[in-house]
Design a protein around this ligand. Structure first.
Ligand code: GLU
Length: 476
């Protein structure tokens, strides 16, 4: 019987959670969800100089915000030294690893020699088969040592990567690498294998930058007699110039995306597109869709390109599809008092009208602002172009008079009233539409004018138009 899938995300807390890490976490999480397995989290904080608690906190917060819940227990490598020690001892006992007493200087000499001769550097194997007594002698004389894995001199190590296919490395190409440093701390390749085995991980899904580590890790699995998990390495994420994605491409941390007001479902939908597609034309997915459709075999090998325009499109589409109620809930999650003094029904109408114009919650809030308070700033170009001189005040005055008489404040009647006024004054409707929009919203573009003033209501519209009469045209 096949064991239920057990996967993990294993970030090093040396920086914030970025797009690449978020994608690795998401793919692992989706894989677990789709297959009814477990998704674990392991903080790889053995590098005490570069690891920082604030980064761990940021990573955990970002994952929580994304909704990628992990199964307990949450593992910290820094708390597992005893386990690593025990496993190293097993390797020393079964002869698959050895203490290497080479000094820094000796290694340097060997390195220079290899360079001169044009060959690959290999740590001299002087200590590989030293007797236990001789080892004790050296230890007692105070000589420091590292522990190296004994790589079989023949044969090759291979694995079938789910995404990259068969990967085969001749053992000759792998040096007896260090698994424990001279200060006693275990190295990355070793701790990863011990932990993955100990946590029951049977599928390792991670960035392709770890492909070259995998044969080394497989040699550790086999030296410790552990079952080897399956592997899938995710393609690099590239910037628009096809170079490895970095901050320079405008790619932000998950925290930054959150601060910019992207909603979680839009961001997850975009992230999943970085290397995966459903095999159909569909590009927009809810989280439920993703869980049911996610298939690791559909991840592509070629680098995924981060495309901000696409992110904006996905975000805009999610915005349009979301109910006004959900939008309000999302906004209030971060900003609990947002428009608390307005009626929900009014807020919903505003959101409905404005959501097609925004891709982030911040933009949406900003776009909605003039529905809740009179505009203070007015588009300068629009003032210059649309409210040039006093002739506009005359038009607006007449429109106000006509609006005051209006018994039915409906789009249709507003539209008629404006057109009648324009006709009476022998100007085109546009001559009136633009300054009206400017006075009521401060802007030169936006939703249909009649929808806009219908929603603003009579009192607000008239107040803003009268204010327009006071301040425009600008005095020179
Ligand atoms: N800690 C490693 C990293 O952040 C990942 C290790 C792994 O997934 O095996 O790159």
């Amino acid at each position: 019987m096949k064991k239920s899938p057990c996967v993990r995300f294993a970030p090093s807390p040396t920086g914030k959670l970025h797009l690449g890490g978020a994608r690795t976490a998401l793919f692992n999480w989706l894989y677990a969800k789709h297959n009814g397995g477990n998704f674990f989290l392991r903080i790889e904080d053995t590098d005490t100089e570069r690891s920082k608690q604030e980064y761990t906190d940021q990573i955990l917060n970002s994952l929580e915000w994304l909704g990628l819940k992990w199964s307990e227990p949450l593992i910290y490598q820094s708390k597992r030294n005893l386990i690593y020690k025990e496993e190293v001892q097993k390797l020393l006992d079964n002869g698959r690893a050895y203490r290497c007493f080479l000094t820094k200087e000796e290694l340097q000499v060997a390195r220079e020699k290899a360079k001169k001769e044009g060959g690959e550097f290999r740590a001299p194997k002087i200590y590989r088969d030293l007797s236990l007594d001789d080892q004790k002698g050296l230890i007692n004389s105070g000589q420091s040592f590292t522990i190296r894995l004994k790589i079989p001199s023949k044969g090759s190590t291979f694995f079938e990567d789910k995404i990259y296919g068969k990967i085969n490395v001749n053992n000759k190409e792998i040096d007896d690498f260090i698994i424990v440093r001279s200060n006693g701390s275990p190295t990355y390749n070793f701790t990863v294998v011990v932990d993955d085995n100990n946590m029951g991980i049977n599928y390792v899904i991670r960035g392709e930058d770890h492909i070259s580590n995998t044969p080394k890790q497989i040699l550790i699995y086999s030296a410790l007699n552990y079952p080897v998990p399956d592997f899938a390495h995710l393609p690099l994420i590239l910037g628009s110039d096809k170079k490895r994605l970095s901050k320079r491409h405008g790619a932000a941390s998950v925290e930054d995306f959150r601060e910019q007001g992207y909603s979680v479902d839009a961001l997850l939908n975009y992230i999943v597109m970085l290397g995966w597609n459903s095999g159909s034309e569909d590009e927009l997915f809810s989280l439920e869709d993703l869980i049911s459709k996610f298939d690791i075999n559909k991840i592509q090998k070629k680098g995924a390109v981060y495309d901000e325009k696409k992110l904006h499109w996905v975000a805009g589409q999610h915005m349009i599809r979301k109910s006004e109620k959900n939008l309000l809930n999302e906004i209030r999650e971060d900003d609990p008092n947002w428009q608390k003094h307005s009626k929900d029904t009014y807020i919903f109408s505003v959101l409905k009208l404005m959501k097609i114009r925004a891709k982030t919650l911040n933009e949406l809030k900003e776009a909605c602002a003039y529905f809740f308070s009179d505009p203070k700033d007015f588009d300068e170009n629009a003032i210059i172009k649309r409210w040039k001189d006093k002739s506009v005040n005359k038009l607006i005055n007449n429109f106000i008079t006509s609006l005051e008489k209006l018994s039915n404040w409906s789009q249709k009647d507003l539209d008629e009233s404006l057109r009648d006024t324009a006709q009476e004054m022998a100007v085109s409707a546009a001559k009136l539409i633009h300054p009206v929009r400017l006075a009521v919203s401060g802007q030169s573009h936006g939703p249909g004018l009649f929808e806009l003033i219908e929603l603003l209501g009579k009192m607000t519209t008239l107040r803003r138009l009268r204010k327009g009469l006071d301040i425009f045209p600008l005095k020179r």
